[in-house]
Design a protein around this ligand. Sequence first.
Ligand SMILES: Cc1cc2nc3c(=O)[nH]c(=O)nc-3n(C[C@H](O)[C@H](O)[C@H](O)COP(=O)(O)OP(=O)(O)OC[C@H]3O[C@@H](n4cnc5c(N)ncnc54)[C@H](O)[C@@H]3O)c2cc1C
Length: 356
Amino acid sequence: MAEKIHILGAGLSGMVAAITLARQGREVLVIEGEKKLGGMHHDMPSVHTTPIDPAWMSDQVGIDVTPAFHPIKSFHTVVGNRKYELNPGPMHAIERGSRKSGIDKLLYDQACEAGVQFEFGTFLKDLREIPLGSIIATGLDARMYDFLGIPFEITRGFAGTQKTDREPWAAGLMAPYTKDYFYANCANNLMYGLFFSRGQVKIQTLEACKRDIKEKFDLELPNWEYFTGRVPTGSARNPRLFHDGYVLAGTLSGAMDPGALFGIHGAILSGKLAAMAVDNPERALEEFKEMNKYYRISYYLRRFFSRIPGRLAVMDFNMRHPLFSYPLMALTSVAVPGYRKGIWNYEIMKNAKRIN
Ligand SMILES: Cc1cc2nc3c(=O)[nH]c(=O)nc-3n(C[C@H](O)[C@H](O)[C@H](O)COP(=O)(O)OP(=O)(O)OC[C@H]3O[C@@H](n4cnc5c(N)ncnc54)[C@H](O)[C@@H]3O)c2cc1C
């Protein structure tokens, strides 16, 4: 059997790749920059939302990830000044970070059981320190984008957390002061909110967002921290499984929806494909292309909508007339890499009720 496989990054895609390869009898070393599990989310556990069928996903990657996903029980969204109650559909909350209740710990335990070795606290800046053919799964961190010359956009924002007793709940807010949105969700007694934009985020806009979420969702988050990361939406050609002799996985590989930036679904699936690429690069590439085949169209749609002046009016029209916007929603729903379980955004919006 060939030499040890090196994987850079103990996040979602890195650990899925590691588990898959170790179970095939490979010797696997995962190198992680942070001193503990949870990557970018290690010191501030967070809750994210994604459309997913957890049982289907578990089947695809051969790892039972179902305990980490919590079906959203209620879902509200605000577009401009209008608030709607949505059908949660396939939306699930998932915790990231180093706590026992998060997916990072679930994958880490599986990886240890499969015999994966971990080296924490080594932030690689130069890929020459690991062999060609290694798997690079470094998520939204800037360094590997620079090192590999991968086109990106910068996302900036503020995240806040709070303890809660609520059942899994999600809320979204689209406002004129962000090119993206604010979302909040909760699971495992943790409420998490993220206000972000692929544009400038000023303190004043954070204050406007805080006022809006207090008024619309009665939500106050005490601890806001600045956050920035890179997303692979810098070019329509971005999704790439191989680059400069390395195998890419997760968000760095472009396995992210360029519209709403859903990255969890694609990261988990791409971990499996990165592992496959070690022995069967042709088949892995074929499956990778299939998974990301709607990236380009979604990329151009997002660019178009981010430039038109009436973005919020269009969103509001979609809420009120989802059938009319069905073709558009069909295109954007499959932009979540590998999601082929129906038109999830139509499902969410089809019975939207305006509540004020
Ligand atoms: C704040 C935030 C909120 C998000 N919300 C959502 C959401 O609600 N829904 C959704 O679908 N997606 C969301 N995403 C995106 C999603 O989390 C990512 O796309 C996904 O986690 C990427 O998985 P990955 O495997 O590529 O990387 P990650 O899971 O991020 O793991 C990358 C790992 O690599 C390590 N690393 C980085 N550089 C180096 C280096 N040079 N050397 C060693 N180690 C390194 C990092 O420390 C980290 O542990 C969010 C992302 C962030 C940051």
